[in-house]
Write a protein that binds this ligand. Structure first.
Ligand code: GRF
Length: 212
């Protein structure tokens, strides 16, 4: 549980933004445990920017530097978050690795969604990795972000069965629908219940905490 007042959330996204869309809708409906106050986007042409405009959510696009896969200088990003009083960072298809100082500033306050049942199939193209492997059950995972890729403590998971002969396209579409169902309730639970880490297990208290 982060604080008594309603949490201010920044979503980080790089592309299509269907998860952003689901989170923005949950925020408007009071089903997120907080408010999506900003979108941070590292791609000036990304479709997610159009979605933010439609929802009336401020979009921030700080300079990203020369590197495609990591932010060269995270300080402008951190300053943008601090200026807006952001309590929780939610990654939703953000295609760059984060490092200190952002990770340190938001330790225990940054979540990601990944389209596999972690720790299986971390990294890029997780849906394709699982499909090509021939798994019968796959799913998606919401986890705390740590320095190691797709490896932080697990907050929530949801599974689906791969149909006999199911195409990758079909599995991908069903996975995205599952992600949209899982992420908002997982964030709401994370924000409104007390939790603690026991080893690497994230444990929620049994009773729902009051939140304002
Ligand atoms: C999702 O599958 C998410 O799990 C992964 O990137 C994808 C983003 O999709 N990290 P979208 O931009 O939210 O539509």
């Amino acid at each position: 549980m982060l604080s008594a007042r309603s949490a201010r959330i920044a979503v980080f996204a790089s592309g299509n933004g269907s998860n952003f869309e689901a989170l923005a809708a949950a925020s408007s409906a009071g089903r997120l445990g907080g408010t999506v106050a900003a979108l941070l986007c590292d791609q000036p042409q990304a479709h997610v920017l159009e979605r933010a405009r439609r929802h009336g959510i401020e979009a921030i696009t700080p300079p990203t530097g020369r590197f495609r896969s990591r932010l060269e200088d995270e300080r402008p990003w951190l300053e943008a978050l601090a200026e807006r009083g952001i309590d929780l960072v939610v990654l939703a298809g953000f295609m760059r690795r984060l490092h200190a100082p952002l990770l340190a500033a938001y330790a225990g306050r940054m979540l990601n969604i990944h389209p596999s049942l972690l720790p299986s199939f971390p990294g890029l193209d997780a849906i394709g990795q699982a499909w090509r492997h021939g798994v019968r059950i796959t799913g998606c995972t919401v986890h705390l972000v740590e320095d190691a890729l797709d490896a932080g403590p697990i907050v929530a998971q949801s599974s689906l069965e791969v149909g006999e002969g199911e195409s990758l396209e079909s599995l991908t579409a069903r996975m995205h629908a599952l992600e949209h169902e899982l992420y908002a309730p997982a964030i709401e639970r994370f924000l409104t219940r007390a939790w603690r880490l026991v080893g690497r297990r994230l444990e929620f208290d049994a009773t729902e905490a009051a939140h304002g």
